[in-house]
Design a binder for this molecule. Structure first.
Ligand SMILES: NC(=O)c1ccc[n+]([C@@H]2O[C@H](COP(=O)([O-])OP(=O)(O)OC[C@H]3O[C@@H](n4cnc5c(N)ncnc54)[C@H](OP(=O)(O)O)[C@@H]3O)[C@@H](O)[C@H]2O)c1
Length: 296
């Protein structure tokens, strides 16, 4: 790529604080390591192990996971690939959902289910403490929706008191739920759907940035239907980069509190995505890319 250095390094994307750790802003999301539909074993287990090892070798120190990926499968692969874990690696997990026998995504919000989910994550990751646990809200599986969360947060506070959880975040949450949670305890990150074309959280991201809270967009590349846009392709071509790299570089520019966790099951895609760290987006490209969200 002409405008990227030949010795690209993910540190070019900078760092941001998550809890009391400083993380490289380019991380990795492990959901794609389970089988098709995030259910069952992967098609290519050696490649799944290789992706994780390549991510850490490239400097990734933030990996997002959950025990409901597989279920259990993704965490077991992470443990096999990476344990004993490097000291600077932060594994972030989420609880609040479970999988049906038909691969459906169901709420698992009772105190017992939440405690069991923390135990499952600890056991399958081989950890004594989970660094960050996101409470994944399921009032609407596909997007933030209002609903009470005080009881669930109290369970997490208790697990933190027991030393099983260090920091707490929220996922698929509304601004009101985040404010309610912050009155009860520190919230270190919010993980909601956000990308070039899906910008419902624009104002929330700015508010969280002001308060020093990390925003971790899920589906940064569009998720199960990767982003497709003529403007994105044109900008990418002009920069001699790929559309996925441009989509990630745009997120890095969007706000300093954004930590990226693009998902892939391929070492080639991983390398491509991490190289977005030093892709510079000139003002004209940024303006064109901003237009995609406005049109959407
Ligand atoms: N909190 C939540 O509710 C929630 C929901 C969804 C996801 N997440 C987290 O967010 C992370 C990221 O989301 P995601 O993995 O679902 O979606 P994503 O990062 O937006 O996109 C992943 C998809 O893009 C493809 N891809 C990745 N790099 C590519 C490249 N360079 N070129 C072409 N295709 C590429 C992947 O296929 P290949 O495998 O073929 O590369 C996969 O199909 C997940 O891993 C998970 O940890 C959280």
């Amino acid at each position: 790529m002409s405008n990227m250095s030949s010795t690209s390094s993910i540190t070019a994307a900078g760092t941001y604080r998550l809890g009391d750790r400083t993380l490289n802003r380019l991380g990795y999301g492990a959901m794609q390591l389970a089988g098709p539909g995030v259910f069952g074993p992967p098609k290519n287990r050696p490649e799944a192990l290789a992706v994780l090892r390549a991510a850490v070798a490239a400097g990734v120190n933030h990996i997002d996971t959950s025990d409901f990926y597989g279920p259990h499968v993704t965490n077991e692969i992470i443990r096999e690939a990476l344990a004993p874990y490097p000291g600077d690696l932060v594994l972030v997990t989420k609880i609040g959902a479970r999988r049906g026998a038909d691969a459906s995504w169901l709420p698992a919000f009772s105190p017992d289910e939440l405690k069991r989910a923390v135990d499952d994550n600890l056991r399958n990751l081989g950890l004594e403490q989970l660094e960050v646990v996101n409470l994944r809200l399921m009032f609407d599986t596909h997007g933030p929706a209002e609903g009470p969360i005080a009881e669930q947060l109290a369970v997490l506070a208790d697990l933190r008191h027991q030393g099983l959880v260090r920091h707490i975040g929220l996922s698929n949450a509304t601004a009101r739920q985040i404010a309610e949670a912050r009155q009860m305890m520190p919230i270190v990150c919010v993980q909601n759907q956000y990308n070039l074309a899906h910008r419902a959280d624009d104002a929330l991201i700015d508010d969280l940035a002001r308060d020093g809270i990390a925003y971790v967009p899920f589906f940064p590349l569009g998720g199960f239907s990767p982003l497709q846009s003529a403007t994105l392709s044109e900008v990418a071509e002009g920069l001699k980069a790929t559309p996925m790299q441009v989509a990630l570089a745009w997120l890095l520019k969007r706000s300093p509190n954004i930590l990226l966790i693009p998902g892939t099951s391929s070492t080639a895609h991983l390398k491509e995505n991490l190289a977005a760290a030093d892709l510079d987006l000139p003002p004209q490209a940024l303006a064109a890319l901003d237009g995609i969200g406005r049109a959407g």
